[in-house]
Design a protein around this ligand. Sequence first.
Ligand SMILES: *Cc1c(COP(=O)(O)O)cnc(C)c1O
Length: 376
Amino acid sequence: MKVPFLDLTSPYLELKDELDAAYQRVMESGWYILGKEVDAFESEFAAYCETKYCIGVGNGLEALHLIVRAYGIGPGDEVIVPSNTYIATWLAVTHAGATPVPVEPVESTYNIDPSLIEQAITPRTKAILVVHLYGQTADMDPINALARKHGLKVIEDCAQAHGARYKGRRAGGLGDAAGFSFYPGKNLGALGDGGAVTTNDPELAERIRVLRNYGSQIKYHNEVVGYNSRLDELQAALLRVKLSRLDEWNDRRRQVAAQYMRELAGQQHLTLPNVPEWAEPVWHLFVVRHAQRDALQKALNEAGIGTMIHYPIPPHLQPAYADHNLNEGNFPISELMAKEVLSLPMGPHLGGEDIPTVIGCVKIACDKKSKDLRSI
Ligand SMILES: *Cc1c(COP(=O)(O)O)cnc(C)c1O
């Protein structure tokens, strides 16, 4: 591969000395679960997200699932979710025993369409779970207004949006509670699994703390049927090092995105991301659209450019959700996205000739594809 889709070695090598020191510190401390490092990371990440509370948990799916559980949402309840998302968003609702009710995205931003939410609300609806897909926030003001009108909670899936802003405010504090993932490839990635909940709601924060630790506040006293879902000391220590670079690395992603936007503008049949004036995305992914996506991906692969598809099958068409009786044709925008989206290489460690190489190859492939399209 000339330009791999994702490079997880360079982030480690750039911070090797600091990460190795953090590792040593934890190894030698003799304390590995719920200690000083998790406490410190929680305050630092809450400050970063401009929220009052942060609770470290096992992963992003658990962060979202614990929020749903902590709000008492369960069997018989409905939660509005985007039809266009990674399946974890839906699983968080399903694991709590509630039903995900999908709503289509705005085609130009890929995020949930606020104007379609109200018609999906029923007397069973308890929350709206929004996703800030690819690192750009959903349009939160109309969503929060609807939630207030109908007495619903607003939960943010921030797994792709560490540091993103909406009208100047940070993702993670834009609703009632937010779930983050620190899966290694995310903008803030651990060197293993990790996740966190952020919120300004003290009662919710307390319930999440209890739920993540066997439902107990005092060791061996179990108040509720809890889980074992804790961010561990080692990952917290490593995340503290990486958090200190998050803004700088997000800026580098912005530079890559700006270069793609400039140089790929006007390419025939290629749709670039659209950034509304209220959005300040962090470019977890740089996603383009093309009617002949599979051919474009194949051409790029042959030219040594790594790409991925986020996501090839929408949750409603996954065998895992077969019992929900949702079929092909039910969510046409999401189904079209699944056929047309393609993620180009993106990350803070792309440099030198990487981006010009990708851009050159995309242009050649698009020109070829335009000719194919004209001959049809
Ligand atoms: C990564 C991701 C998750 C899940 O995070 P994990 O830490 O892998 O459990 C949830 N939602 C979205 C949108 C994601 O991208």
